[in-house]
Design a protein around this ligand. Structure first.
Ligand SMILES: [Zn+2]
Length: 357
C-alpha cells in the first residue's frame, strides 16, 4: 500500500485528519496505521523514532530545559456504517473523526512541521485505548520503556471541543451486600428478607449529597450511584442475600484509599467490598508549560469528569490535561463528526504554544 500520509497531507491538519480516518484502525487492528505513521516519522531528520508493538513514539532531542508530551491513540471503536469519511459542508463525518484522529493529526502535523519547538517534545501515537486497559499502548510502554514517558507536562489530544479539560475524576466500584435468612414464602415470618434489607442502602444513596470541589479553578462534581442490584432465590423463597453494586466517581483530591474510607463511612454497618478502583488525576495547572498552554488557549479550563489516560501521567507525577477539537458527546456515536473550523483553531493554538518565540 502507498502511504497516504504524503507531504501535502501532513502539511494540513484537516487533510491529515481525513487521511487518518480513512485508514481503518479498530482496536487491535492498528498495524497498518502504525506502519504509515512510523514511516513518516522515520523520515523526519529532527526526530528520533521508536516503536513498541503498534505504539510509535518520536521525540526531539534539542536539550531544552522542559519536555512536553503530545499523545493520541490510533485506535477507534468498531465501525458503524461510518467508514470511510464523508464531508457535509463544514463537517467531517466518520469513525474516529472526533475520538480522536483529529487530535492525532495535530501531533503528527506538529511532529513533521516543527523542527524547532520551544520545549523538547515527545509525540505518542498509541494503540488500544478504547478496549480493556491491559492492551493500552501507554500502559505497555510504561512497563517496557518507562523512560519514554518522562516529561514535565503532557497533553492528551482527546475530544474536548477546543477547551482544556484538566485532570480527571477517579472511579471506584464496590458491592454492598445485605444478608437475611431463607424461609418458605408461605411462612415468611420464619425468615429475614435480604432484599428488604437493601432499602436502607438505597435510602442512603438517594439522600446522599455529592460533593462539588474546585481545584486549580476546575469544578469536579462527584457521583455515588447504584448501578446494579441482584438478589432472590426463587418465586416462593424469602431471599437471604442481596447485592448492590455501587459506582463512585470522586474528585481527584481523594486518592483510592480516601475514596474507600468515604464509602465505608457512607455504608457503615453494611458489608462492603471494593471490586475495582482507578485513581483520578489532579489538574496540575501550575506547571510552567501548563500555564503557558492555558494562555495560548485563552479560555478557562474545566474539570474532566470521565477517567482518561491523563491519570497514567499523573501517576508518574507528570501534570496532564485533555485538549482536542472533537465534541466528546459525539465520541462512539454512529454520526461521529468534527468541525473543520475547530480543527484549524486548535492547530493554531498548539502552534502558538510550541513555536519558538
Ligand atoms: Zn479517545
Amino acid at each position: 500500500m502507498e502511504n497516504p500520509l504524503t507531504p501535502e497531507v501532513l502539511a494540513d491538519p484537516v487533510a491529515l485528519t481525513r487521511a487518518l480516518v480513512d485508514i481503518e484502525s479498530v482496536s487491535l487492528n492498528e498495524k497498518a496505521i502504525a506502519d504509515c505513521v512510523e514511516e513518516v516519522l522515520r523520515g523526519v531528520p529532527h526526530l528520533t523514532t521508536y516503536r513498541h508493538g503498534n505504539t510509535v513514539m518520536a521525540r526531539t532531542e534539542l536539550g531544552r530545559s522542559q519536555r512536553v508530551v503530545l499523545a493520541g491513540h490510533l485506535d477507534t471503536v468498531p465501525l458503524n456504517n461510518n467508514f470511510p469519511s464523508t464531508m457535509r459542508g463544514d463537517l467531517m463525518y466518520g469513525c474516529g473523526t472526533s475520538d480522536m484522529k483529529s487530535g492525532v493529526a495535530y501531533a503528527l502535523h506538529l511532529a513533521v512541521t516543527l523542527p524547532d519547538p520551544r520545549y523538547d517534545v515527545t509525540y505518542f501515537f498509541y494503540e488500544a485505548e478504547e478496549i480493556e486497559s491491559r492492551y493500552n499502548g501507554l500502559l505497555l510502554v510504561g512497563e517496557a520503556h518507562p523512560e519514554w514517558l518522562q516529561a514535565d507536562f503532557a497533553v492528551l489530544l482527546e475530544p474536548t471541543y477546543g477547551i482544556v479539560e484538566a485532570g480527571c475524576q477517579g472511579t471506584m466500584r464496590a458491592n454492598v451486600t445485605t444478608y437475611g435468612e431463607r424461609a418458605h414464602a408461605a411462612r415468611s415470618w420464619h425468615g429475614v428478607n435480604a432484599i428488604h434489607g437493601a432499602v436502607e442502602v438505597l435510602r442512603r444513596l438517594t439522600a446522599y449529597e455529592a460533593r462539588r470541589v474546585t481545584i486549580d479553578g476546575c469544578d469536579y462534581r462527584e457521583g455515588l450511584n447504584a448501578v446494579r442490584i441482584e438478589g432472590g432465590v426463587a418465586g416462593n423463597v424469602i431471599p437471604d442475600r442481596c447485592e448492590i453494586e455501587i459506582n463512585y466517581r470522586y474528585a481527584p483530591d481523594r486518592d483510592p484509599a480516601a475514596a474507600e474510607a468515604h464509602l465505608r463511612e457512607v455504608f457503615a454497618g453494611f458489608d462492603l467490598v471494593v471490586t475495582d478502583a482507578a485513581a483520578g488525576a489532579l489538574p496540575g495547572l501550575e506547571a510552567p508549560p501548563a500555564r503557558e498552554f492555558l494562555e495560548a488557549v485563552g479560555a478557562a479550563p474545566i474539570g474532566k469528569l470521565g477517567w482518561t489516560d491523563v491519570a497514567r501521567f499523573a501517576a508518574l507525577g507528570i501534570p496532564a490535561l485533555n485538549f482536542g477539537p472533537g465534541d466528546p458527546n459525539l465520541a462512539h456515536h454512529k454520526d461521529e463528526h468534527v468541525e473543520i473550523g475547530k480543527i484549524r483553531d486548535g492547530a493554531a493554538t498548539l502552534h502558538r504554544w510550541l513555536a519558538s518565540s
